[in-house]
Design a protein around this ligand. Sequence first.
Ligand SMILES: Nc1nc2c(ncn2[C@@H]2O[C@H](COP(=O)(O)OP(=O)(O)OP(=O)(O)O)[C@@H](O)[C@H]2O)c(=O)[nH]1
Length: 385
Amino acid sequence: MTTTALIIVIAAAVVLLGGGAALVLTRSRRQLPPAPQTRQIDRADEAGEPTLISPDPEVPAEPGPAVDEPSAVGTLERPEAPQGRLVRLRARLAKSQGSLGRGLLSVLGRSTLDDAAWEEIEDTLLAADMGVTATDELVSNLRTTLRVEGITDPDQAKAALRAELVRLVDPTLDRTLTSTGTDGKPGVVLVVGVNGTGKTTTVGRLARVLVADDKTVVLGAADTFRAAAADQLQTWGERVGVPTVRGPEGGDPASVGFESVQRGIADGVDVVLVDTAGRLHTKSGLMDELGKVKRVIEKQAPVTEVLLVIDATTGQNGLTQARVFGEVVDVTGIVLTKLDGTAKGGIVIAVQRELGVPVKYVGLGEGADDLAPFDADEFVDALLS
Ligand SMILES: Nc1nc2c(ncn2[C@@H]2O[C@H](COP(=O)(O)OP(=O)(O)OP(=O)(O)O)[C@@H](O)[C@H]2O)c(=O)[nH]1
């Protein structure tokens, strides 16, 4: 064989072997599982808006949610049973200066109640954010009761005050969280409110309440405005073994809502809790955003509860927020946070009157299980202890 012929044979062998190897590589690549999808792909355009390819412009085309699965099972916390937590409020309020109960009781304890004393009671109730109508109602009813029944004993006066307060807080309202879905689908709880009121914390704590009641839960981090909010929520979920569905920062909250409920249905969980962003930029902006989140979620399953979170320490501001949110979404329940250490317990009554819906939970402190189901009698007892 000539040298030229030898070179040609070697070159042919190299080409053949190379081709074979490429074929093997291609085959083995084809056998690999598809790369895991993350929400970030094809979801957000440069403006942070979702790229929707679905025939329904509001529904994400091919949802590929980023679900943050909870970490190691061994480290899971067992949340405290929610029943009886409200008792803690008594001790928390006792630490605060100028509490509503103490202010009222000190006046009622006097031997005579003249006009100045009643004015003091009125001022105390107003300062506690009870609102003018409820305050007038309470003072007028209490004055009548004490006069008609001839009550002068401070303990009896306290009992009459307690009865009036309980009546105003209204023990007949249904305060159960509507978290049972229909047609085998999960209940969907949408949590709304201005940022900083304790909304994300409330969603995390509600997950714990539900887990303590042996419910299975998925969290939806639809507050895409602040990246840390999703991280915060995910951490809450991880502590009790609950997955969190999240989207890109600045992405479409409605997509996250949709995908979290979709995930909840796929997993057959009992409840999906959706945290939302509540920038109160403009009422129409808020209306558009929350309206869309709810509408898009309801393509999957009905929203069973809309909880409005209000910071009890913000007084009139909180009431204004309640009014605005009440006009934008059908609020079905209120969560009053930061009730610990505030003398503004009267807001429970004012906000219920403002929205015509019950306070269902209250925040009692910074602890993981400091969210208590609300109860009128227990609340008034805590105020007056
Ligand atoms: N003392 C007290 N602090 C609370 C209570 N609820 C929430 N907080 C605190 O309030 C702060 C704000 O809570 P977040 O849950 O981050 O508020 P947010 O409304 O979700 O705010 P964004 O995440 O920005 O939307 C946190 O430091 C919470 O620990 C409560 O009932 N009592």
